[in-house]
Design a protein around this ligand. Structure first.
Ligand code: GLP
Length: 264
């Protein structure tokens, strides 16, 4: 794992975006992005959008796959992940909406939603760069603790903790859906490159567990320790429980030129 500890939340966005842009350029114009919702990647999306506006990055031929979707919210509901991705990713990054995919969370087609989404990802040739956030309980996508470490896209039930964490986006806790369709941990692990961003003290426990703890289904993000190309970008508060923080800082400061990122 490459661990980059940044001095501020905005620097997390700059470094996250630089990493994504670097890989996107290497892959080429038809790059396939994996995109997360939630607050964590918003700064990264903002910097990527700046790069697109500045002509430094062209994503007009890119495709994107969202990690997850709530069950039972109409797609035009402002908190559906379909609409969230449109607002925060598709439009600002100049993606073609026909190539942006979100799992189908409609109640009547739930049984086949996972397989249909896996087929779409396969047809696109797999995800080149997966952008990830992390839940305070260590979930990635909506793979709650005890998710199978090899799971594929499927219906899941949200924990009360996740519903409470996400209640800030709704007018009341009762409005937060109880179910979701999420890429599985095995699906997420298939992405060729991954960039996980996290900020704030509330994520410190999860970051320490997934980076330095044992690989275990109770901390689903810990499976990323098995990923061949994963960069974890965090601010100081999110890094505050990392035992080896000084080592990660030292490695980053002394990295060779060929590993350096081109910041805006
Ligand atoms: C959400 C999403 C995840 C996200 C996580 C953290 O519910 N399903 O993809 O990474 O929880 O959210 P936030 O970044 O808002 O803390």
């Amino acid at each position: 794992m490459e661990i980059i500890i940044c001095s501020s939340e905005s620097q997390v966005g700059e470094v996250g975006a630089a990493k994504v842009a670097q890989i996107a350029r290497k892959v080429g114009p038809a790059v396939v992005l994996g995109v997360a919702t939630g607050g964590s990647p918003l700064a990264t999306y903002r910097v990527l959008a700046e790069r697109v506006r500045a002509g430094n990055l062209d994503l007009s031929q890119a495709s994107a796959f969202a990690l997850d979707e709530y069950v039972g919210l109409p797609i035009d509901h402002p908190q559906s992940y379909f609409d969230t991705i449109r607002r925060t990713v598709t439009e600002p990054l100049g993606l073609d909406p026909n190539r942006v995919h979100v799992p189908d969370g409609s109640l009547d087609r739930l049984e086949s939603a996972g397989d249909r989404y896996e087929d779409l990802i396969r047809q696109a040739g797999g995800v080149d760069i997966q952008i990830l956030g992390i839940g305070s309980n260590g979930h990635i996508g909506f793979n709650e603790p005890t998710s199978s470490l090899n799971s594929r896209t499927r219906h899941k039930t949200l924990t009360d903790g996740t519903r409470k964490d996400n209640a800030r986006f709704f007018s009341s806790l009762d409005e937060v859906p109880t179910g979701c369709v999420t890429q599985g941990l095995g699906t997420i692990m298939d992405a060729r490159h991954s960039v996980l961003v996290a900020t704030g003290e509330a994520k410190a426990r999860a970051i320490a567990a997934i980076v330095e703890g044992p690989i275990m289904a109770m901390w689903p993000g810990s499976i990323l320790q098995m990923h061949p190309d994963i960069t974890v970008v965090v601010d100081e508060p999110a890094a505050s429980k990392l035992i080896q923080a000084d080592y990660y800082k030292h490695v980053y400061a002394d990295r060779p030129d060929w590993q350096k990122l081109e910041l805006l």
